[in-house]
Design a protein around this ligand. Structure first.
Ligand SMILES: [Zn+2]
Length: 379
C-alpha cells in the first residue's frame, strides 16, 4: 500500500520563483485549487451517477407544466420562487417520484439580462440561490441520489457585431447567476437552449468562475442548426476545444423528438466517447389558437427515450410539454434494459416524426424551414 506521505507533492511545485511575484502567485494557486476542488467534487457526483446507473433520466418541462399549474402568460416562471415556492418544489418532487435522477432548477431566465425585463435584475443572485435551494430540498427528500442541475438559459441578447452583447458582459452575468446557484446547492450548471457558440462559451466560463462543472445543450430548431447556425457536429467540436470541457453536452428543445434524436446521432458519430444529453420536446409543437401545444403521448416519449439511448445519449429527459406522467413512461422504457441497435435516420423518423435536415446532413432528407415554437420563459 502506498503511504500518503510517500506521494511526491509535484502538483504544488511553483515554477516561477521571482520573489516579488510570489505572494500573488500563491494567492492565484490557492484560488485555482479552491476552484478545482469545488469543481472536482461536484463533477464526480454526476459522472459517478452515470457510471453507476449507465444512463440517467433527467426531468421534463418547467414552463409548460407551470402553465398547467396556473402560471399566467407573460408572468416570469422565476416569480414563483418567491410567490409559490410550494408549487416549484411540488413539480420537482413529482419528477423525482416519476423517476428523474436529475432535476433542473427554476432559473432558466434568471440572468440579469432576462430579469431586467421584469425589473428583477438586482435580485439575480438571490433568485438563483432560492431556485437551487428549493430543488435541493426536493432532492434531499428523494431517498436516493438526485442531481440538482442549475438551469441557465440564454440572455436573449445578440453578441457584437450583430448586437450589443460583449463577451465580458455575458461572462459577468452568467458568473453572477452561477454563484447564486452554487450557494443554493446546485451540483452542476445546466446551460440550455443555446444558439450561439459565443454564448455557450460565456455561460461555461460563468459556471467555472463559480466553481461549478457544467453541462450544455443547444436548440437545433432551424433545419438541423441552431438559430445562429451551429450544427450538432459544430457543438461537439466546441465542447472538445474548450479548456475545461463540459461533463456532458447535447441537444434540448428544438422541433420534435425525432429531430432531436437525429442531432444526437450526428454528435455521437463524430465524438463517440463523449457523454450526450437528449432533452427533446413532447411531440412537435403545434399552434392551437394563440398557444403552442405539445401532444406527444407517454408511449411516444418512451420510444423516444429508447431511441435516444440507442443513439448514444447517456442522459435522457424531456423538454417542452413533458409532464411527470411522460417521465414515468420514460423511466420504464430505460429500466427495461432493452437497448435497440443504433438506429438510422429513417428508423427514427418512422417512430418519432420528421427530421428536418439538408440533404448532406441526413442522407436524402429535404430541407425544411419549419421552426419550433417554444414555451415562453422556461424550458
Ligand atoms: Zn423546450
Amino acid at each position: 500500500m502506498i503511504q500518503a506521505s510517500s506521494v511526491p507533492q509535484t502538483r504544488r511545485a511553483v515554477r516561477f520563483d521571482k520573489r516579488s511575484a510570489l505572494p500573488y502567485l500563491l494567492v492565484a494557486v490557492q484560488q485555482a485549487e479552491a476552484a478545482m476542488s469545488a469543481a472536482t467534487i461536484v463533477a464526480d457526483r454526476l459522472s459517478k451517477l452515470i457510471a453507476e446507473r449507465g444512463v440517467l433520466l433527467a426531468d421534463g418541462a418547467t414552463g409548460t407544466n407551470y402553465f398547467d399549474m396556473g402560471l399566467e402568460s407573460g408572468e416570469p416562471p422565476e416569480a414563483w420562487l418567491t410567490e409559490h415556492p410550494d408549487r416549484v418544489e411540488r413539480l420537482h418532487s413529482d419528477f423525482i417520484a416519476a423517476g428523474s435522477d436529475i432535476v433542473l432548477t427554476n432559473s432558466f431566465g434568471a440572468n440579469a439580462f432576462r430579469l431586467k425585463l421584469h425589473d428583477l435584475q438586482h435580485r439575480t443572485r438571490e433568485l438563483n440561490r432560492l431556485a437551487a435551494s428549493i430543488a435541493r430540498r426536493a432532492a434531499n427528500k428523494a431517498g436516493r441520489d438526485v442531481i440538482v442541475a442549475g438551469s441557465m438559459g440564454p440572455t436573449g441578447e445578440l453578441f457584437q457585431p450583430l448586437g450589443a452583447l460583449t463577451m465580458d458582459a455575458a461572462v459577468e452575468a452568467f458568473t453572477e447567476q452561477a454563484r447564486g446557484l452554487v450557494e443554493g446547492g446546485a451540483d452542476v450548471a445546466w446551460i440550455e437552449t443555446m444558439s450561439a457558440a459565443e454564448e455557450l462559451e460565456a455561460a461555461a466560463r460563468g459556471a467555472l468562475n463559480a466553481g461549478l462543472p457544467y453541462v450544455f445543450t443547444a436548440s437545433f430548431d432551424t433545419a438541423g442548426r441552431t438559430m445562429m447556425g451551429l450544427t450538432p457536429e459544430g457543438l461537439a467540436e466546441l465542447a472538445n476545444r474548450l479548456p475545461e470541457p463540459p461533463v456532458a453536452y447535447g441537444a434540448n428543445c428544438g422541433i420534435g423528438p425525432g429531430d432531436l434524436v437525429a442531432s444526437i446521432l450526428q454528435m455521437s458519430a463524430v465524438a463517440p466517447s463523449d457523454i450526450f444529453v437528449a432533452k427533446g420536446n413532447c411531440g412537435i409543437p403545434q399552434w392551437v389558437g394563440d398557444k403552442v401545444h405539445y401532444g406527444g403521448t407517454p408511449e411516444l416519449m418512451a420510444e423516444y427515450a429508447r431511441l435516444a439511448r440507442a443513439s448514444g445519449a447517456r442522459i435522457v429527459g424531456g423538454c417542452c410539454g413533458t409532464s411527470p406522467g411522460h417521465i414515468a413512461a420514460m423511466r420504464k422504457a430505460l429500466d427495461s434494459g432493452v437497448v435497440p441497435p443504433r438506429p438510422t435516420f429513417e428508423a427514427v423518423e418512422a417512430s418519432l416524426g420528421p427530421i428536418t435536415r439538408p440533404k448532406a446532413q441526413a442522407g436524402g432528407r429535404a430541407r425544411s424551414g419549419r421552426r419550433g415554437g417554444r414555451g415562453d420563459g422556461a424550458e
